[in-house]
Design a protein around this ligand. Sequence first.
Ligand code: HEM
Length: 538
Amino acid sequence: MSVVERLSSLDPTSWAILLLIAVALFHVVPYLADPHRIRAYPGPWIAKLSDIWLGKVAADGHRSERVHELHEKYGTFVRIAPNHLSIADPDALQVVYGHGTGTLKSDFYDAFVSIERGLFNTRSRPEHARKRKIVSHIFSQKSVLEFEPHVRAHLIQLFKQWDRLCEGGQKGLSGDEGEGGWRGRDGRVWLDCLPWYNYLAFDIIGDLAFGAPFGMLVACKDSAPVAISAQDAMAKYGKEADYEVEHFPAVQVLNDRGEYSASMGVLPPHWRPLVKRIPWYSKGNQAVQRLAGIAIAAVAKRLASGVTDRRDLLAKLQEGRDDNGNPMGRAELTAEALTQLIAGSDTTSNSSCAITYYLAKNQRVQEKLQKELDEALAGNDDPVAAFEEVKRLPYLEAVINEALRIHSTSGIGLPRVVPAGGLEVCGRWFPEGTVLSVPTYTIHRDKSVWGDDPDAFRPERWFEQDKVAIQKTFNPFSFGPRSCVGRNLANLELLVIVASIFRRYHFVLEKPDAPLETREGFLRKPVECIVGMKRRND
Ligand code: HEM
């Protein structure tokens, strides 16, 4: 009798016994054997036995908040999965993420791979060093200044649209769904600012990474061309093929993909092929394919147009050479352009949205910021502030940092694997293979660093608290060799966008007492942010 025949002839009691044996083998035995010596650490009991706890929390969209609650209950060290310890101590950042400690990204990042591994999801140290060498000079301060005209052009486009809506709002008119369903009341236009920040960020990064904006601001619509069934051809041959192109909502695709990959990545690799079949996950898997299709279509279009004199990210990627003088191949070029689209779009838009929410909620702060902007930009009629004019405005910087702290766009503890030889973190030793992370959302609320009111939006704390402690703890872009390579561009964008928008418009919240509702995949994203907006000179 074959094994299958034997199994199918078993009665329910035998099945229950088999199930118990399987649970014991896969969960209880490793727990008791404790290969990573983390049994003594507290955490939810199911998280100690199985990855299901973190899988469920990640899929529910509030991972940072749930892990933060655990740290409030149990203290600095919390076991959030059988082989994953969360350490809420700023001192752990340098060891877990810093240069020279030998930690590597965990298999969490495998769930983010499409086309081929890019700078963000490459786990091999030499492969990462090779890519980072090519990409890092593209984002040097000198280089990103060349991108400023693109940021400026799309902000002007946004102002054209918002000025029109403000005018309509003043007259009490309303707009259709395509424009986010705006309506005029009390001399203001009321709208959800989140989609507009998404259009702005996608057009800027589309322009920079692919050579042309997606046209979302002009069309007031979330839509991008996607190459269909092209990914296999890219993966196998790395060369151009004839792709069928369809249009999909890129922002939605990116949201679905972030939630899918961040939930899939916390599950053991051998579960993933099965879990992919569950309907919610299969929708996310489709998003991964579509996102790759956006990059394939955009890079193919750009390369087909021949030689260009544009000084954008794609041109610089094409010029890049590794240590052997080799340029990137077509598939790698596409994967890196996709990496920049993903990493450089909704990070900026969700952060801009959170900044707008906190300024609209805190009128005193908004007015103080506007005073600083009016003085610094007095006599300048240009609607868009130059980076040079706003790069050293102390209150503007404090406002942006305070919003990045409290909202924590990148809030989850980014998982790293302890290297051979083990690692000592905050006085505790961990053997090779243990997964460690430092939850940014939680250390951004550490009272010993930020003061007794960490949940309040108060930019003044940046002038009051200990500068060294702040510098050690503030972690929006992570630390070390895998920290954000696009940080200079993100800074430039946020400074220019926030300064220009708040100099031009005044914002109030529709529901001033309501918290900012969020949903977290890899990033903590606002769900919506309804504001009443008007031109300041009206
Ligand atoms: C407010 C905006 C931004 C925030 C908060 C942010 C945050 C981060 C964080 C926390 C990481 C580390 C991720 C990890 O270790 O898993 C990261 C990596 C990265 N970021 Fe950003 N980022 C922002 C904007 C940008 C922009 C504008 C770009 C480029 C266009 C960019 C490109 C990248 C890339 C390529 C990586 C991977 C770097 C590597 O592994 O070597 N980011 N970012």
